[in-house]
Structure formats: C-alpha cells, structure tokens
Design a protein around this ligand. Sequence first.
Ligand code: TXA
Ligand code: MG
Length: 353
Amino acid sequence: MKQTLVLKVNSQEPDIDKVRVAADIIREGGLVAFPTETVYGLGADALNSKAVLALFEAKKRPLDNPPIVHVENVSDVYRLAKQISPKAERLMREFWPGPLTLVFKRSETVPEVTVAGLDTIAIRMPQHKVALALIRESDRPIAAPSANLAGRPSPTSAKHVFDDLNGRIDAILDGGPTRIGVESTVLDLSVDPPQVLRPGGTPLEALRKVLGDVKLHPFVAAEKELPIDKTRSPGMKHKHYAPNADVIIVEGAISAVVGKVKELADAYRLNGVKVGVLATDETIAAYRADVVKSLGSRFNLAVIAQNLFRLLREFDAEGVDVIIAEGVPTEGLGLAVMNRLRKASGYNIVKVE
Ligand code: TXA
Ligand code: MG
C-alpha cells in the first residue's frame, strides 16, 4: 500500500469534505483510522467481510479477537444485535454516546469475521464528533479495534497511528489527542450480575450507580495471570502490550512506594541497567534514574489515564531496559490504568506497606 493519507480535521467542527473523503474509503472497503474520545480506532465497514479481514491484517491482529462495532444511532443496535434487555436499554440511554461497550447476542446480518465466529457482538456509540460524522457519512456500522499494531500501546494521537500503520492503511483522520486516553469499558450483560470484561473509560462506580450489582470478571479482578479456560472476552487470552523493557509495578502506601522505587532504581543502575521511572507529580522529585516521567497528579486519575499510553511509547523510544512504575489508586479511571499497567508488567508486582 502507498503512503497513508493524513486528513487534519477540527475535532469540534469536523470539516465535512474531509470526513466524506474518509467515508468514501470506508464504503469502498478501505481502512481509515479516526479519533474517538478514548483512543484512535482503525475503521472498516463492519458488514464487509473482506474489509474486516484487511483490518485484522493491517494490525497483525489474531483473527479470533473480534473488534468493537461502532454505531451512530441506537436503531443500528437493533439491526446488529438481538435480545436487547431493558438493562441494556437503560445503559445506552445513560452512557451513550460514551466509553462503554456492550456485548449482545448478535443477529445473522453480521459477517462471521466481524465477530470472530462468536454468537455475540460488542457495540458502542463513541462520543466524538469526528467518529460520529464518519459513521454517519459512511452510512454503515464501523468495526474498529484500537489503531495500533498488535502488541503496541493503543494510540492516543494521530502520530501514534502513523508511527505504527503508515503504509498499511488508507487514511487517518487527525482530530488531535484523545480526551480519555484508555479504551472503553467492555460490559457483558449476558450474565447476572453483569460483568466487566475490560475496565475502561466508564468507571465501575458509575455502572454500579445505574445497575446496582456489577462484578469484575475474574481475569480483571486478578492481580496475577490466571490459567486460561473458556473465556467470554476473547481479548483476554491474547498477549497485550508488553514494552521491550521489563516492567515492575510497586503498589502500596505512597511513602513506602517511593522508598521501594528508589531502592530498585538505585540497585539496577549500579548494575549498569538503563532505568526508567514512571512517577507522579507528587513524587517525581524524589527519583534519580536514566529517564523519569510523570503521569500527572495522583489526585487526578483522569489526567493519568490520558497520559499513560503516550508515556509508555516514549519509554519504548528511549530504549530503557527496566521501567519501574508507581501504582495508582484503583478508583474511577485508576482501575483501567492499573489493569493496563499490570498486564504490561506481566503481573510483576511488588507490594509494600
Ligand atoms: O475505546 C475503545 O473501545 C476503542 C475505540 C477505538 O473504540 N476500541 C478498542 O477496540 O479498544 P479493541 O479491538 O482494541 O478492543 C476490543 C475489546 C477486546 O478486548 C475484545 O476481545 C473485546 O472488546 N470484544 C470484542 N467483541 C467481543 C465479544 N463479542 N465478546 C466479548 N468481548 C469482545
Ligand atoms: Mg486494542
């Protein structure tokens, strides 16, 4: 494929001519990356098997891990899914457009490849003017996994998409950095109580306010790798983002965390290892290492979520051998942040008190 076309658009008032160029590409079976409020997605016509197959290839994604299908209006959900419960309807009213993906029984109109042969489909309505305009102008649901190469952190800017996928996809709609920075929450309503398969941009606390009881899938709740059995979230069994560096997470009371991070950083450096520390605004001054970066204030988990994937990419680019990261509270968006960090570390977690 030739050089990828980059179309800059205003995220508040997207230039309709550029959106139409991108929508034409989608309708012709091509691949377009676009911003959402969470991360950039790599879009293809969800009803076109060939286009969806090309999408898996461009990302080097295993065929048994289905993408999320993005819609622009709720009536599309009734075409793509069946047995839509009152609970689901309430969630759509409360949280859409927004960073919540719901898993439904699928209807027969959806091609097998789009759902990786499952009898369910994951759907969401993104809260981003560019994404919504693209779906509307394409006039079809858009299958879109995160627009990174498999194994890399999800992209929170068009540059991240370009770095991973230039020459592999047709176009990128560049609407600037994404607001939330971690992917949507994936919720399975086929079980009672409903289960979070992936924590994300919609906090667990917000779901509980509406639904009452909501559980974390055991894989999400676990702070270690669980043996893989039959899982309802296909993504769980795949290797996630793992930096070239080893990652160690230090979790616990903050003063003890700072002490332990310092101790580990000093010990590695004495052995000639290139050390990166992932700190926070409140603690960054305490550290000496080869590369020290702050995620933001510990009191603003939304900012920490926004910065996470960009900083992980930066550490990769700097070529550190070890990343030592402070744990952050698992409230609100912190649960998604810690889920991604723990996975990146391969559950290499040091607990301190
Ligand atoms: O915020 C997001 O969700 C972003 C933006 C682009 O919308 N998309 C995203 O897609 O993160 P992706 O493909 O990287 O992650 C989709 C997740 C995977 O964990 C996948 O296993 C899960 O959704 N999934 C997809 N279909 C499913 C299904 N039928 N049942 C359970 N999980 C499903
Ligand atoms: Mg992804």
